[in-house]
Design a protein around this ligand. Structure first.
Ligand SMILES: Nc1nc2c(ncn2[C@@H]2O[C@H](COP(=O)(O)OP(=O)(O)O)[C@@H](O)[C@H]2O)c(=O)[nH]1
Ligand SMILES: [Mg+2]
Length: 350
């Protein structure tokens, strides 16, 4: 058998899933904190270099020069500590990471979907969103979870053909939690597609999700690809890089288990078998940072997550989430980082 034949045989073999070591935490805390140290070092270094010209403008006061020099010099310490911590985790986990590598090829037997849309005073978009998803041939049903909407969201969703629920506990986390719970009750589908009813994401991406699902338990949408972004979306440059940074932080926490470029996308396809195991671990009180919390919790439980680039469109209707302005986005980002670095429980209330 020549090399090409071997390669062909290997890639078409039915792959046996390698058991993940569930129960034993594979969280790479050293790498995670190493990343924090390196980020801190770079921040101090760059800020102080940039302060240089300001110092000269102020006629070079000696105390300013001293602080400036010391800060630049000593930023090397967190840089070295951070590098050492990451190296340590890489060294410690190199065998585990290598042994865990495999391409899963496990297409779901039933490719039909239950689509669950979140909605909060989204009367301008919900009708269009429901119709868009219902028109897809693989969509069995669309359910809409309104979160105490005071406008005509529920009525319009119903007219468009959705099964509508109202979640009385206010908050994005409570809304998503309810959406997943309701979707799991339908036994004729094995897959749940979670999305928002604000027309930022479209049903045309269902094929992309289905192409990735054989490789994972959860396919998480990513808005990182420039060519898949419409003009004037909510994803400003700030949000784009903020999400990328948070994604890489989460990647460091679960070294070797995942690649992430976006932590803020609701749009995701989940296998119901996985969701059933995951639901008891998810606290609906976690609010707008719920997506990052979902990913972190799932990864800690050994769930296999793969990213899939999705198209992103401008929001129809007014924004109420983390996209209202950069101040709110920054607060949300910091809460996410706190959740990843420390714990998610500290932030039950908005
Ligand atoms: N902000 C907010 N969103 C909610 C709430 N309940 C449900 N949602 C829905 O959750 C999604 C929030 O998404 P996000 O993209 O962060 O904010 P958006 O800019 O308002 O779409 C939207 O689909 C909302 O309609 C809530 O209490 N607060
Ligand atoms: Mg939205």
């Amino acid at each position: 058998m020549n090399i090409d034949e071997k390669r062909f045989t290997a890639s078409t073999e039915i792959q046996k899933p390698v058991p993940t070591k569930r129960g034993k935490s594979t969280t790479t805390w050293f790498a995670l904190y190493g990343f924090l140290f390196i980020s801190l070092a770079l921040f101090v270094y760059v800020t102080n270099v940039l302060l240089g010209p300001l110092r000269l403008l102020l006629f070079d006061p000696p105390l300013f020069l001293r602080i400036n020099e010391l800060a630049i010099w000593y930023s090397g310490i967190p840089l070295v500590i951070g590098t050492a911590l990451i190296s340590w985790d890489l060294f410690r986990n190199v065998t585990r990471i290598r042994d865990a590598k495999f391409v899963r090829n496990d297409p779901p037997a039933n490719r039909f979907l239950t689509v669950a849309l979140t909605a909060y005073n989204d009367e301008r978009s919900i009708g269009g969103a429901v119709k868009d998803f219902r028109a897809h041939p693989l969509v069995k049903r669309v359910i809409v979870i309104s979160n105490n909407s005071r406008d005509r969201t529920m009525e319009i969703a119903e007219q468009a053909g959705a099964i509508v629920f109202n979640e009385t506990r206010q908050g994005y986390g409570a809304c998503v939690h309810r959406a997943l719970r309701e979707a799991l009750k339908f036994e004729d589908t094995e897959l749940t597609l979670l999305c928002e009813g604000d027309l930022t994401f479209r049903a045309a991406d269902i094929e992309k999700f289905l192409a990735y699902i054989p490789h994972a338990d959860v396919v998480n949408g990513s808005r990182i690809v420039e060519q898949l972004q419409e003009r004037d979306t909510q994803l400003s440059l700030y949000m784009h890089y903020g999400n990328l940074f948070a994604g890489k932080v989460l990647e460091m926490k679960h070294l070797g288990a995942v690649s992430l470029t976006d932590v803020g996308t609701t749009y995701k396809l989940c296998r119901n078998v996985t969701l059933r195991e995951l639901m008891p671990l998810l606290d609906p009180r976690i609010n707008l940072e719920f997506n990052a919390y979902f990913l972190d919790t799932a990864l800690s439980a050994g769930v296999r997550i793969i990213e899939c680039p999705v198209a992103f469109y401008p929001r129809v209707g007014t924004s109420k989430g983390g996209n209202v302005n950069n101040r709110i986005a920054t607060r949300l980002g910091l809460r996410m980082l706190w959740g990843i670095f420390v714990d998610w429980k500290g932030f039950f209330h908005d």
